[in-house]
Design a protein around this ligand. Structure first.
Ligand code: LR7
Ligand code: MN
Length: 576
C-alpha cells in the first residue's frame, strides 16, 4: 500500500478554475466537408502529420542528449527503446531519477518523439467505415494527472489530437490534481497555448483522481465524455468505434482495449482481438481481467464486435454525459484512488445501462509496478472507498467483503445521498447483477466453508496463511498465528473440493503445498474435509495436511487420526 505524507482533504467541495480559456472551436466545421467526412483522406492526412519532422527534443522542449550513436528516431511504430549497457555515471543517475519519480522509465520516454507513430494492425472488420454511423457525437477528453512526466503527458494529448477526427473532439481538458512538479506549471500552459482545443484546469488542493474527474466533467460541454489516464497513447481509429456505440444507445458505456506500454522500454504491445479480456472483480473488491466467457463469445459472429464486460478497469472509457449525470457521476466521497471503477460498473448495469469493451478501439497505457505519488498517511483510502461502494451497491453481499477485511470497516463517512440516488433511479439488486451479468464469480456463501482454517495442534492458534498469489505463478503456502483479520487467512472450501481464495487454489504435487490458479480439474487441487476426524485429506496423494512442531511449516503426511496436528476447524462450515 502506498503511503506518504499528509495533505489536507477536507470535504467534497471542489475548487479550481480555468487558467486558460480555450478558444471555442465548436462552430468550426470539420476540415473535410459538412456531410459524410472522408475518413480515409482524414486518416492519410493524419498519418502524414504523424511523421516526425522535428527532433524529439524540440517537440518536447525537454533537452536530454541521446547517448552517442543512438538510433535515429527511437520508439517509432511503438518499438522498444533499449538503453546501452554502458552508461556514464551522469546518465545512470538520470535514468534512476526518472524511475524514482514516476515508477516508469522517464528517461526513455524523453528520448521518444511525443508524436511517435504506432502500429495499426486493426482487423479489416474494424476499418470498414460503413460499420460506424456518420453522424457521431463530439466528445470532450478529460485527462486528470498528479505529477505526471512531461513527455508522457504530452504524448497522451498529442496521440488524441493526431489520431482522432478533428470534428469529433470538443476540448481536451487537462485536470491538474495539485501537482508540484515545476514542468506542470507555466511550462505546460505555455506549451498548450498554441493548441486551442486544450484547456488546463487546476484543483486548489489535492482532490484525488475521482474528484478531479468530477471537476473535469463540470467543465465539459460536449455530449460525450471520454476519460484517459495521463500516460496513454491512442491508436489510429480508436475513437469512432467508441462514439458509434454511444450514438446508437446513450446508456452504453464503452471502454477501448487497453494495450500495454512497457514501463521500461515504452514498447507498445498491440493485443489482437482474439486476446481481448473483460473485467471482473474479487471479494476483496479488486479489479481483475478474464478471457471473454463462453456465453458471451456465443453472442457474436466476429471477435471484433463489442463484448459485455461486468466491470471496467476505470481509467479509459467514454460515456454519454447525460447518462453519466443521471447515474450521479462518481461518489465524491471517494479519495485519491480506487474503487470508483467498480462503483461506475455496478451502477451502469444495475441502473439500466450496459458496459462494453470495444475490440476495434485500442489505447495503450503504461502499467507500473508501484504507485509513485503520495497517498494519505494514517487512513486506508482504498478501504474507505470500497466500504462506501459496498454499503451503497452490494446489498447482503457486502458481508463477504467485510469478512475479508476482518469486519474492520473503519470510518466510511455518510452514504445516505448515494443510497437515495440508487432508490430514486430504481436500480436492480446486486443479486440480479451477479446472476445475470457476472455468473462466473464464485460466491463465498455457495461454498462448504469460508473464513479461517485453524489447526488444532500445539495450542490451536495456528492458521493456514498465504499472501495473494499472482495467477499462474506457484506460491508457497504457510502458517501464521491466527489473527481473525481475514486477508491472507481467508479461505473457501468449494463444493468441488477446492481450498481457494478468489482464483487461486491450494495445490499439492508431491513437494510443497502451493497456491496456484484454480483449474477445476480436481487432481492436485482436490481436498476433502472429514468432519468426524477433522482431517483435510488430499485427493491424488491420499495424504493429510498437518503443521510442523515449530508451527511455521505445512506438512503432508500419512493420515493418522490420533495426531492433533492433522486436525483443522473451518470457519462457517456447513455440511449440508
Ligand atoms: O491523487 C491522484 N490524482 C490523480 O489525478 C492520483 C492519481 N491521479 C491520476 C494519475 O495521474 C493517473 O492519470 O489518476 C490516474 C490514475 O492513476 P494511476 O495511473 O497511478 O493508477 P492506475 O493506472 O493503476 O489506475 C487504475 O485504477 C484507478 C483506480 O482508481 C483508476 O480507475 C485509473 O484510471 C485506472 N487506470 C486504468 O484503468 C488503466 C488500465 C489499468 C488497469 C487495469
Ligand atoms: Mn494509469
Amino acid at each position: 500500500e502506498p503511503a506518504g505524507e499528509d495533505f489536507g482533504i477536507n470535504g467534497n467541495v471542489i475548487g479550481g478554475g480555468a487558467q486558460k480559456q480555450a478558444h471555442d472551436e465548436a462552430d468550426i466545421p470539420p476540415t473535410v466537408g459538412k456531410h459524410k467526412p472522408d475518413l480515409e483522406a482524414e486518416r492519410l492526412r493524419k498519418k502524414a502529420a504523424d511523421q516526425p519532422k522535428k527532433k524529439p527534443q524540440e517537440d518536447s522542449k525537454k533537452v536530454i542528449d541521446p547517448p552517442a550513436n543512438f538510433e535515429e528516431n527511437p520508439g517509432e511504430l511503438g518499438k522498444p527503446v533499449r538503453l546501452p549497457k554502458e552508461m556514464s555515471e551522469e546518465m545512470k543517475k538520470a535514468v534512476d531519477d526518472g524511475w524514482t519519480k514516476n515508477a516508469f522509465n522517464q528517461y526513455v520516454s524523453d528520448l521518444i518523439s511525443v508524436h511517435r507513430t504506432l502500429p495499426d494492425p486493426r482487423d479489416a472488420w474494424c476499418k470498414d467505415e460503413a460499420r460506424y454511423l456518420t453522424n457521431l457525437p463530439k466528445t470532450d477528453v478529460i485527462i486528470c494527472f498528479h505529477n505526471e512526466a512531461w513527455t508522457v503527458l504530452l504524448r497522451t494529448v498529442h496521440s488524441v489530437l493526431d489520431r482522432s477526427p478533428e470534428h469529433l473532439i470538443g476540448k481536451i481538458i487537462l485536470v491538474d490534481d495539485y501537482s508540484d512538479m515545476p514542468h506542470l506549471k507555466r511550462q505546460l500552459e505555455d506549451y498548450f497555448a498554441a493548441y486551442p482545443k486544450v484547456q488546463i484546469i487546476r484543483g486548489q488542493k489535492r482532490e484525488g483522481l475521482i474528484r478531479a474527474r468530477i471537476l473535469g466533467a463540470n467543465h465539459a460541454k460536449s455530449p460525450v465524455l471520454t476519460y484517459l489516464d495521463s500516460h496513454c497513447e491512442c491508436t489510429e481509429g480508436w475513437l469512432e468505434p467508441l462514439l458509434d456505440r454511444i450514438a446508437r444507445n446513450s446508456s452504453t458505456v464503452v471502454c477501448p482495449v487497453i494495450d500495454v506500454i512497457n514501463d521500461e522500454t515504452l514498447e507498445y504491445h498491440y493485443r489482437d482481438s482474439g486476446g481481448v479480456n473483460v473485467g471482473g472483480f474479487d471479494w476483496n473488491l479488486q479489479f481483475s481481467w478474464h478471457p471473454v466467457p463462453e456465453r458471451e463469445r456465443k453472442r457474436h459472429n466476429s471477435t471484433a464486435e463489442p463484448v459485455y464486460s461486468p466491470t471496467m478497469a476505470g481509467g479509459l472509457f467514454s460515456i454519454d454525459r447525460e447518462f453519466f449525470d443521471r447515474l450521479g457521476t462518481y461518489d465524491s466521497g471517494f479519495d485519491i484512488w480506487g474503487g470508483e471503477n467498480l462503483e461506475l460498473s455496478f451502477k451502469t448495469w444495475m441502473c439500466g445501462g450496459t458496459l462494453e469493451i470495444v475490440p476495434c478501439s485500442h489505447v495503450g497505457h503504461i502499467f507500473r509496478k508501484r504507485s509513485p505519488y503520495k497517498w494519505r498517511s494514517g487512513v486506508n483510502v482504498l478501504k474507505k472507498n470500497s466500504v462506501r461502494l459496498a454499503e451503497v451497491w452490494m446489498d447482503e453481499y457486502s458481508q463477504y467483503y467485510y469478512h475479508r477485511i476482518g469486519n474492520d470497516k473503519g470510518d466510511w463517512g455518510d452514504v445516505s445521498d448515494r443510497r437515495k440516488l440508487r432508490n430514486d433511479l430504481k436500480c436492480k439488486s446486486f443479486k440480479w447483477y451477479l446472476d445475470n451479468i457476472y455468473p462466473e464469480l464464485f460466491i463465498p456463501g455457495d461454498s462448504v466453508a469460508h473464513g479461517e482454517i485453524r489447526n488444532l495442534g500445539y495450542g490451536g492458534r495456528t492458521c493456514l496463511d498465504a499472501p495473494a498469489g499472482k495467477k499462474h505463478q506457484k506460491k508457497a503456502v504457510g502458517t501464521y498465528p491466527c489473527h481473525r483479520q481475514g486477508g491472507n487467512q481467508y479461505w473457501m472450501l468449494s463444493k468441488a473440493g477446492e481450498i481457494r481464495r478468489d482464483d487461486s487454489c491450494l495445490d499439492y504435487a508431491g513437494k510443497d503445498v502451493t497456491l496456484f490458479g484454480c483449474h477445476g480439474g480436481k487432481g492436485n487441487q482436490f481436498w476433502t474435509y472429514r468432519e468426524n476426524t477433522k482431517q483435510l485429506h488430499h485427493g491424488t496423494s491420499g495424504k493429510c495436511l498437518a503443521i510442523s512442531e515449530s508451527k511455521d511449516k505445512l506438512l503432508m503426511e500419512e493420515c493418522n487420526q490420533s495426531l492433533s496436528r492433522q486436525q483443522w476447524t473451518l470457519e462457517n462450515y456447513d455440511s449440508s
